[in-house]
Design a protein around this ligand. Sequence first.
Ligand code: DCS
Length: 522
Amino acid sequence: MVRKEAVRLVSAVFRAGNKGLSPSWSIGGTRFKSAMPQPTETRDEDLHHKDGKVLHPHLLNENVMKTQYAVRGELYLRAEQLRKEGKEIIFTNVGNPHALGAKPLTFPRQVLALCAAPFLLDNPRVEELFPADAVARARKILAAFKGGVGAYTDSRGNPMVREEVARFIEKRDGVPSNPEHIFLTDGASVAVRLCLNAMIRHERDSIMVPIPQYPLYSASIRLYGGTLVGYYLDERRGWGLQVEELRRALKEARDEGKLVRGLVFINPGNPTGQCLSEENLRELIEFAYQERIVLMADEVYQENVYQDERPFVSAKKVLHSMGEPYRSHVELLSFHTVSKGTAGECGLRGGYVEMTNIHPGAIEEVYKCASINLSPNTMGQVALSCLVNPPKPGEPSYDLFMKEKGSELASLRRRAHMVTDGFNSLPGVVCNFTEGAMYSFPQIKLPPKAVEAAQAAGKAPDVFYCLRLLEATGISTVPGSGFGQEDGTFHLRTTILPREEVMSSFVERFQKFHNEFMQQYA
Ligand code: DCS
C-alpha cells in the first residue's frame, strides 16, 4: 500500500537524519531542508486521486483552483464551441484588434521582418523592398541584440530598448526616466504579475482594485494568495473615481485587519472606458502618500483617447508636477504595452513596467524573479522599440506611419460613438461614453422575469443574457460579473473593435436581439 511505503520511506530518512545524514541539500549556496510531512500525516488522498492521478484537478495548488479569469471564461468557451460547429462568431470579448481586422502598422512590421530574416539585409535589393529607415533601424537593433532575435536578452530586456523606452517617457512627461528602472516584459500582463508576486506575502496583504476592473488583477491577486479590496467607480458620474470611496474601502479593509499595500487604477479604464482627470490623479497620489500605498498605474490604453477634454496624462508626470514630498516618496509602478494603442500588436507580447521611487533592493529582487524566465521575447522588444522610437519627420517612413496611426485612431473614435449611441438607443440600457480604451460597458436593466428565468437556468442574470446574445447573434461578450459590478446591477462588456464596415450590422444585430429579449421577459 502506498501509505505504508511512504511511512517507511519518511521514517528511514528521519532515522538517517538522526545518524547525521540530515535530509537537506544546497543549491547555489542556499540550504534547503526537506519539507517532508510528519509520517502520521501522510495520507493517500494527499498524494494522488483515487483514479491514480497525481496531477488531478482537485489536487492542485489551492490558489490555482480558486482563480477565475472571465475574459476567457464560460462565454468564451461556449463561443469557441459554436465556432467549431460552424457558427460565425464575432469575438468582441477581448481587446484583440488584429483578430477583428485591424491592419498592422507598416514600419514596425518592416523592421520586425528584417530582424527575423537578417539575410535580407545582405540582399542587394533590400532598399527596393524596404524604406531606408526601416533597414537602418533593423541593422541598429541587430547590432544591439547580440546574436539577433534568436538569442536570450538580459532578463530585464535589451539595454538599448530600455534606453529608448526611457527617452519615450521623458519626451511624453518632460521628466527624467532611468532605464535601470524599466523592465521589458511579455506584454504588460507579465509586468503586472511580476510586481504583484513580489508585493503579496500572505493572505492579509491586500491590493485595492477598482470595481469594475480588468480581471488580470483579481485573478493574479488570487493566484498569489493575496486579497483584493474593491473600490467602486461611480457609474452615475461617468465611472468617476471618488476619493471618499477609496477612504471607505481602505478603512473597511484595515478594520478587518487587512494590510493594504497597493492600489491599482486603470487609465483609460477597462472595462469602463473612463479617462481620469489630472485632478483625479493628484487625489490618488495624495491618498497613496498619506496612506503609504504603492500606486499601480495601468496605462496600457494611453494612446486610445476619444475625447479632447481630458487628454491622457501619466501618473508619473502628475507625480512630478506635485513636487516634494510626493515626487521622491510616492512609490509608483507604471505599465504599458504594444498590444493596444493603434498598433494593437497583442500577439507579439511586448510591454514594460517603469518603477518610480522603488527601493533598489526591491528592484533587484524583481530582477531575480524576472531572471527565472530568462528573457522577455525578442520580437515583442523589437515592436516596442519601433513604437516608443517611431520614424521622425523627414524620414522615409514618417508620413505613412502617422497616416496609419491617425486613421486608426479617428476610426476608433467614430466606433466609440457608434457603439455608445447604439446602446443608449435601446430600452432598458444605459451606457457611459467610451472616452478611452477599447470597450463599452452598458448596464442592462433586466426585467424581473428575465432574472427569474436566469435563476431557473442556474445562471447569473448577466451570464444568461450574454449566453442568449451569443446563441442568437454570434456576438461574444463578457458578462459584467467577470469585472465586478454593484450588486443588483447587470452589465456586459463588448469591445468597440469590429471594423466600421461591419459596425452597423453589429449594432443592428445587437438591437434586434435585445428588443426580442426584452419583449419575451416583459
Ligand atoms: N492592462 C489592461 C487594463 C488590459 O486591458 C490588458 C489587456 C492588459 C493590461 C495586458 O495586456 P498585454 O499583456 O497584452 O500587454 N486587455 C485584455 C482585455 O481586457 N481584452 O483583451 C486583453
